[in-house]
Structure formats: C-alpha cells, structure tokens
Design a protein around this ligand. Structure first.
Ligand SMILES: [Zn+2]
Length: 164
C-alpha cells in the first residue's frame, strides 16, 4: 500500500482507490488511480510504500526484516506516482490496457499537468506500469531525520485511525 507523509503537518495518510484523501492541514492529498497500482498525489508530500501484510508480517520475528520494511515510494525511474499541483485532486483520468502478464499501459486523458518520477518527467502521454500483485515494488527507504521506528509508529497510528 501507498501512504503519503505531508511535509507541512507530518500527517501520514494511507491512499485508497475509492476517494481522494487529504492530510490534517490539507496541503497534501492523494488517491489510487483506476488501475489500483499507480496513484495520483498532490501538494507537498513524500510517498512511502509498505506491503499489504506489513503490520501482521512485522509481528513475526523471522519475517521481520524483509516484510516490515518501509520503502521509498518515489525514486529515479518510478512510474507509479503521478504528481499534480493541487492537494485537492481529483485523481488523474486514465485508460488502462493490459499488455501482457507483467505490464499495463496506461494513457492519460487529463488536461492538467503532471509529473512522474523524481526527475519530474513532464506529462508523458502513455507509460508502462509493472503489474505487481505482491505489493509495491519500491526501493528501500532511506530515512531522513527521523528514526525508522518512529515512522513505523506513526504509520500504525494512521492505519488504526483510518482502517479502510
Ligand atoms: Zn498536511
């Protein structure tokens, strides 16, 4: 699953596909796109990813290291996070075509500007997105100025606050 962390208020928000969600201060927001894999985010936020079984897996000691990892949601070459300017959404309009078992091709049908990957590639019309049923295929998260344990605590709080 994908979560955003607002850089203004530090709120952690889990993205869902049924509605656009915003942080406490309202300066960040996001939602899964219609492919349920990629997501639109807006405002001033960081994106992180965790496996869907993250909390339960984290309780099993031998599975702890790999399953309880917090991963960077946006990185060089990333195609899953699509940034718009507004924190109010809505998500980008896309059409989806499954190319094969491994890839979807999505086409943007949206007039707004959007950027993809940390280089800020501008508004490509179509992109290929890997289909990953096991969860996000992200790079390992590099912690910034807070400890990973603290971040985990905040993620768990956020998931408990908004279970669905
Ligand atoms: Zn905020």
């Amino acid at each position: 699953m994908k979560l955003i962390i607002c850089k203004s208020c530090d709120d952690v928000v889990r993205l869902i596909h049924t509605k656009w969600r915003k942080c406490e201060c309202g300066r960040s927001g996001g939602q899964y796109n219609d492919d349920f894999i990629s997501a639109t985010v807006g405002g001033d936020c960081e994106v992180i990813g965790i496996r869907n079984d993250w909390i339960n897996a984290g309780k099993i000691k031998r599975k702890y290291p790999e399953l309880n990892t917090i991963i960077q949601g946006e990185y060089l070459g990333d195609v899953q996070i699509h940034r718009i300017i507004s924190s109010n959404g809505p998500k980008l309009k896309i059409s989806i075509e499954q190319l094969d078992k491994k890839f979807n091709e999505i086409t943007f049908n949206d007039k707004r500007k959007y950027t993809i990957n940390v280089k800020g590639d501008k508004s490509p019309k179509t992109i290929k997105i890997p289909i990953n049923k096991l969860g996000p295929s992200f790079n390992n998260k590099k912690t910034k100025n807070e400890s990973i344990d603290l971040l985990k605590k905040r993620i768990i709080e956020s998931l408990n606050k908004n279970p669905k």
